[in-house]
Ligand binder design. Structure first.
Ligand code: FAD
Length: 321
């Protein structure tokens, strides 16, 4: 029987993050295949109420401590190391997010276990687990086998369905008492990004523009289409770098990961750094003059045409229907 698998639950501002449920769903499937117990750990301040949502795990370990308000990666790795050793855990899953990204490498070093970064898929073949890791922003996918299925895995957000990690089942919760390390890095306050702008990760319909839009003056036309469809405008990095839209509208590696029902792109080439942030949209429709533009490779429908012809025609059509 495989030793236990542990998922580090991630939370922000009193709510469990989607990545927690994404990891729990994937880990539950793996634990069932390997016949291993599935544990989850929640560290933080006033986090005990969150444990009721973690019923997919067999056991939940909670450490509620005033000093653990947004703990530093070092503190979290120190606590995890102690818990892993105490509970005989062999495999640890941690979110590859801005909140948790620093914890995995530190834990791997402290435990002297291998580290798999940017994990996008997990499968079992002949009893051994294969972790698919994304390299170079998704240009290369590498299959990694961990000796005896032992290691630390950083899970790439959006790789697994969050629904599989949710359950109404009441979990078995154990309060753990672990010493919190002294640290020079202390959380002071959370700064909200650009208040007042819309959150593109919550939109059902996104109209995305790339360098092909040529000038800020042309954005009004795109906003008209977004308004007509009840959506919002987002963009590739060059549009943001030009200052034509705020950073909160950027999609991709150094921006937001979005999963709208409809993602329409105009004049976006589809560089891997952009595709990384939108490839899981429900329906992708792209307009580009270049028939070989990589964006067509991830689109459900492609229009090889000039966006300045398509945009006004589309707005006109929608308005008259
Ligand atoms: C570390 C790193 C992080 C990055 N992070 C991000 C990120 O988060 N998000 C992001 O988007 N990029 C990111 N990038 C940049 C990325 O590599 C690309 O440079 C960028 O995505 C290209 O943007 P684009 O598609 O708008 O521009 P281009 O690649 O220049 O493409 C413009 C497209 O518009 C088409 N076009 C031109 N005129 C028209 C017209 N009239 N009608 C229709 N089509 C037209 C062209 O055929 C072309 O395909 C990152 C890069 C690095 C190195």
């Amino acid at each position: 029987m495989q030793e236990p698998i542990l998922v580090l639950a991630e939370h922000l501002k009193g709510e469990l993050a989607d990545i927690t449920f994404e990891m729990l769903g994937a880990a539950r499937k793996l634990a069932d295949q390997l016949k291993a117990p599935l544990y989850t750990a929640v560290f933080g301040k006033d986090v005990a109420p969150l444990t009721s949502q973690l019923g997919v795990a067999d056991s939940v370990f909670v450490l509620d401590h005033p000093q653990l308000d947004m703990p530093s990666a070092d503190v979290a790795a120190g606590l995890l190391k102690k818990l892993v050793e105490q509970k005989g855990v062999s495999l640890v899953l941690i979110g590859g997010t801005n909140v948790s990204a620093g914890i995995g490498p530190r834990l791997s070093f402290r435990l002297n276990l291998p580290f798999v970064n940017f994990c996008r898929n997990i499968r079992v073949e002949n009893g051994s687990t294969i972790f698919t890791s994304q390299l170079f922003g998704g240009k290369i996918l590498s299959d990694v086998r961990l000796p005896e299925n032992r290691g630390v895995v950083s899970v790439y957000p959006g790789s697994f369905a969050a629904d599989a990690g949710r359950s109404d089942k009441k979990p078995s919760v154990e309060k753990v008492d672990l010493p919190v390390e002294e640290t020079k890095i202390v959380f002071k306050r959370y700064i909200e990004p650009e208040a007042g702008d819309i959150d593109i990760t919550k939109q059902d319909i996104l109209i995305s523009i790339g360098r092909g839009i040529v000038s800020a003056d042309n954005i009004a036309m795109v906003e008209e289409l977004a308004r007509a469809l009840g959506g919002a405008v987002c963009a590739s990095r060059p549009v943001i770098d030009q200052g034509w839209l705020p950073l909160s509208r950027q999609v991709g590696k150094s921006g937001m990961t979005v999963k709208p029902k409809l993602y329409m792109s105009f004049g976006v080439s589809g560089a891997p750094e952009h595709v990384e942030g939108m490839k899981d949209a429900g329906l992708i429709i792209s307009v580009n003059t270049d028939p070989n533009a990589p964006i067509f490779g991830v689109s459900h429908y492609g229009v090889c045409a000039d966006l300045f012809d398509v945009l006004p025609a589309l707005v006109e059509k929608i308005k008259t229907h």
